[in-house]
Design a protein around this ligand. Structure first.
Ligand SMILES: Nc1nc2c(ncn2[C@@H]2O[C@H](COP(=O)(O)OP(=O)(O)OP(=O)(O)O)[C@@H](O)[C@H]2O)c(=O)[nH]1
Ligand SMILES: C[C@H](OP(=O)(O)O)C(=O)O
Length: 223
């Protein structure tokens, strides 16, 4: 068995990207999440054996069906880390490796994932950092470590791996590191996201990005 499954946890549309609420309304945030999911799924699908979306939201699961991936209904009362554990438990007898990827990294569509997926077959533990100390990719055996997503998870995942006697390998990818959480992240998608569904959607909102050499680097506005 040399298979690898992709796991994408997705929150409820109504909770999607709350930190963008000063800039995008609820409907826009839902549409943004859908566009990002399309980019992530279409990148993952050709290089893994199955893609699984786990969510507690039936609208998210319906949308996942349209994208022709497997869906898992998140058990009641779970949150991000326990939902990922549920998905890993579901696939642990079916595959030896999983790649766990968030739904908010559309620039993954600009990468060639094949070499990363190939290396995972020979390595115990690969982690892709996100900017700000999080984790935007984990390639591990199902349930190899406890999930620590949420706050400063990069160092926590590395420590979990070391405590389990695993040898964590860091895969540095600028595009994978860019998750979309705050308004400035939208500027990065406008700069680097040519060819992605996500940038197309943001273009339709007439978003513009400028460089400012101040306490922030990018100024994001809508015409
Ligand atoms: N299944 C599941 N996925 C979740 C849950 N919470 C977050 N996610 C997903 O986990 C990934 C990382 O999410 P975050 O960036 O931490 O949070 P977010 O909810 O997207 O955004 P904020 O509201 O701004 O914190 C995204 O794919 C989310 O959709 C959850 O409770 N269950
Ligand atoms: C889920 C969280 O993501 P971020 O806060 O980087 O979006 C993390 O990677 O720990």
């Amino acid at each position: 068995m040399d298979e690898i499954y992709g796991i994408i946890p997705v929150s409820k549309f109504s909770n999607a990207k709350t930190r963008l609420s000063p800039f995008l309304d609820l409907e826009e945030r839902e549409k943004l999440l859908k566009a990002m999911l399309k980019d992530v799924v279409s990148t993952l699908k050709p290089v893994v054996d199955e893609v699984i979306i786990i969510s507690a939201d039936k609208d998210v699961l319906e949308y996942a069906n349209d994208l022709e991936v497997l869906t898992l209904v998140e058990n009641e009362g779970l949150y991000l880390n326990t939902a990922i554990a549920q998905a890993m438990d579901w696939c642990r007898h079916k595959t030896e490796k999983v790649i766990i990827i968030p739904s908010d990294i559309p620039l993954i569509a600009k990468t060639n994932l094949q070499p990363l997926i190939e290396s995972a077959k020979a390595l115990d533990f690969i982690i892709c950092p996100s900017k700000g100390g999080g984790t935007n990719g984990l390639l591990i055996n199902p349930l190899a470590i406890d999930m620590k997503f949420g706050d400063f998870s990069f160092m926590k995942h590395i420590n979990e791996a070391k405590n389990k006697g695993l040898d964590p390998i860091v895969y540095d990818s600028f595009y994978i590191s860019l998750d979309v959480n705050i308004t400035e992240d939208i500027g990065e998608i406008m700069i680097h996201g040519d060819g992605t569904k996500t940038k197309n959607y943001l273009n339709s909102l007439n978003i513009e990005v400028e460089s400012i050499h101040g306490t922030e680097r990018l100024k994001i506005t809508r015409k």
